[in-house]
Design a protein around this ligand. Structure first.
Ligand code: UP5
Ligand code: MG
Length: 190
């Protein structure tokens, strides 16, 4: 009954916009726990779970895995961490993700961090990454970007209408982006 609700910040932005990079820095400076939905799905795929093939097929097409799968992984990670301040990176990616997360967890984000970056820069970054991600090829990158525009931007618009979006110019160098991020996370003294 007196259950304490965790604090959540959603970290959104196109593929390669620097969500993972900036989350790692936020963790170091502000003591959040970073949960990347994409990383959780990749781990689930590699664990040989019954959903593995489905997850792999969806990711290789840049498609959004059904909410129930992703939400279960997020909830499990939140509980197992024992922590109460989370950066949820790369989720919710569509309206269905958003509505289902809210319905299942009853959690509303404190705010949404949106890393805005043009497509050419995203492509350049991902093609330079070389970490062996199966979805880091030009065809899949373009599909990921298209899904971002069609499905994920509406989620950002939804939160914008609620005054919850903190938008950041993510085309700048990593340290400059982090300077802007820091301002948002630093408590304001009246
Ligand atoms: N880099 C970072 N910042 C830079 C900067 N300011 N200047 C220059 N270079 C910069 O960065 C990408 C690369 O750019 C790195 O090499 C970095 O050094 C450099 P990174 O921090 O990794 O960016 P990020 O936004 O995290 O990119 P990522 O590729 O992880 O984003 P995606 O949103 O595409 O990937 P994600 O893992 O979230 O999702 C993958 C797939 O999983 C989705 O396409 C989907 O199929 C599936 N998925 C779901 O179905 N549901 C979910 O809820 C989540 C994922
Ligand atoms: Mg990432």
């Amino acid at each position: 009954l007196a259950e304490k609700k965790p604090k959540v910040v959603f970290v959104l932005g196109g593929p390669g916009s620097g969500k993972g990079t900036q989350c790692a820095k936020i963790v170091q400076h502000f003591g959040y726990t970073h949960l990347s939905a994409g990383d959780l799905l990749r781990a689930e795929k590699n664990s040989g779970s019954e959903n593995g093939i489905m997850i792999q097929n969806m990711m290789n097409e840049g498609k959004i895995v059904p909410s129930e799968v992703t939400i279960k992984l997020l909830q499990k990670a939140m509980v197992e961490s024992g922590k109460d301040k989370f950066l949820i990176d790369g989720f919710p990616r569509n309206e269905e993700n958003r509505a289902a997360f809210e319905a299942v967890t009853k959690i509303e984000p404190e705010f949404v961090l949106f890393f805005n970056c043009p497509e050419e820069e995203l492509e350049r970054r991902i093609l330079n990454r070389n970490q062996g991600r199966e979805d880091d090829n030009i065809e899949t990158i373009r599909k990921r970007f298209k899904v971002f525009l069609e499905s994920s931007l509406p989620v950002i618009e939804y939160y914008k209408a609620k005054g919850k979006v903190q938008e950041i110019d993510a085309a700048k160098p990593v340290e400059e982006v982090f300077e802007a991020v820091k301002v948002i996370f630093t408590p304001k003294v009246e």
